[in-house]
Design a protein around this ligand. Structure first.
Ligand SMILES: C=C1C[C@]23C[C@@]1(O)CC[C@H]2[C@@]12CC[C@H](O)[C@@](C)(C(=O)O1)[C@H]2[C@@H]3C(=O)O
Ligand SMILES: O=C(O)CCC(=O)C(=O)O
Ligand SMILES: [Fe+2]
Length: 333
């Protein structure tokens, strides 16, 4: 029998960072109502100012959301032997505590799915019903991601309304879907206040174009503001949170910024999050859109395809500044 040693709990605690100011978040990032005509203007402003915003009145029926959350909780509550049958997550399936393959750890269990059109599920160990629930949810969330990208394209006056969304609807779109489950951690409670924060998911930017996140009502998500302060995002299970990914930063020549975010595990309640990462086809050139470049404005980035970027990103640790080597003039570290 092989004894699996438990990783020492110490490695899950974060180095202290600047204190989080929970008061900063709500007033500065207003929710965007997708049903209102002014939403496109607010979306572009939020992408420029933060690379992050919250969407309300999204029109996604709660039945798709609740069904998936229920099924996910059922899966993560099942015996380890059952969950392990759906692993390892390379590239799709069940993972626990290890994130990616470059040594990152987090107090999290997760499922990674291929969200390519018509091929949503990445593994076959779960009953057909679970896969259908994932497919239904991803179909809805992808529609919303495309609607948001079309509103952006409209407001940015791109050559066509689907200039961005077509990358997600393309048959070869390299999109991913992830369900994260952060269990409560009794050790944190024992340590008490001042005992440190437990890393759920370490700081990083998302490499794709756009990420659509929905969580239950447990806190944990934090974003890094431009002034260097981490702020806690109040959870809201009725809304969706949108992140600008690295690829969209490049396509807007840095006008939109991909935002650094992380998850601090909650000591008492479990957090369940589901994220759709909308990515382009592997052979797609990731470059600033010509119509966004002013006369004489040069691309800030070298030429590369999504395949090249993904390859580099997936060989790096979570917190690595992945776009750095693709910049024509490397930014100071
Ligand atoms: C440490 C890593 C995990 C990650 C691949 C990477 O090497 C760097 C990017 C990470 C990330 C962050 C956003 C998504 O959760 C994810 C699926 C992605 O596309 O890039 C993860 C990758 C992963 O968990 O494999
Ligand atoms: O679980 C969350 O709330 C966020 C996780 C995340 O940022 C990711 O999976 O890329
Ligand atoms: Fe992320």
């Amino acid at each position: 029998m092989v004894a699996i040693s438990k990783p020492p709990i110490e490695q899950f605690f974060m180095k202290p960072s600047k204190p989080i100011n929970p008061l900063t978040f709500p007033p500065i990032i207003p929710p965007i109502d997708l049903s209102k005509p002014e939403s496109k203007n607010l979306i572009v402003k939020a992408c420029q100012d933060f690379g992050f915003f919250k969407v309300v009145n999204h029109g996604i029926p709660t039945k798709f959301i609740n069904k998936l959350e229920t099924e996910a909780v059922k899966f993560f509550s099942s015996p380890l032997s059952v969950k392990q049958k759906a692993g390892p997550p390379s590239p799709f399936g069940y993972g626990s505590k290890n994130i990616g393959s470059n040594g990152d750890v987090g107090w999290v269990e997760y499922l990674l799915f291929n969200a390519k059109p018509d091929n949503f599920s990445g593994f076959d160990e779960r009953p057909e019903e679970f896969r259908c629930i994932v497919d239904d949810y991803v179909t809805e969330v992808k529609k919303m991601a495309c609607e948001i990208l079309e509103l952006m394209a409209d407001e940015l006056k791109l050559e066509s309304r689907n200039a961005l969304s077509k990358l997600l609807t393309d048959e070869e779109s390299d999109s991913v879907f992830r369900v994260n489950y952060y269990p409560p951690c009794p050790e944190v409670q024992e340590r008490g206040i001042g005992g440190g924060n437990l890393i759920g998911f370490g700081e990083h930017t998302d490499p794709q174009i756009i990420s659509v996140l929905r969580s239950n009502n447990t806190s944990g998500l934090e974003i890094l503001l431009r002034d260097g302060n981490w702020v806690s995002v109040p959870p809201d299970s009725d809304s969706f949170f949108i992140n600008v990914g690295d690829s969209l930063q490049v396509m807007t020549n840095g006008r939109f910024k991909s935002i650094k975010h992380r998850v601090v595990a909650n000591s008492k309640e479990s957090r369940v999050s589901m994220i759709y990462f909308g990515g382009p086809p592997l052979n797609e050139k990731i470059a600033p859109l010509a119509s966004l470049l002013e006369t004489d404005e040069d691309s800030l980035y070298k030429e590369f395809t999504w395949f090249e970027y993904k390859n580099y990103a997936f060989n790096s640790t979570l917190s690595h500044d992945r776009l750095g080597v693709f910049e024509k003039i490397p930014s100071k570290i």
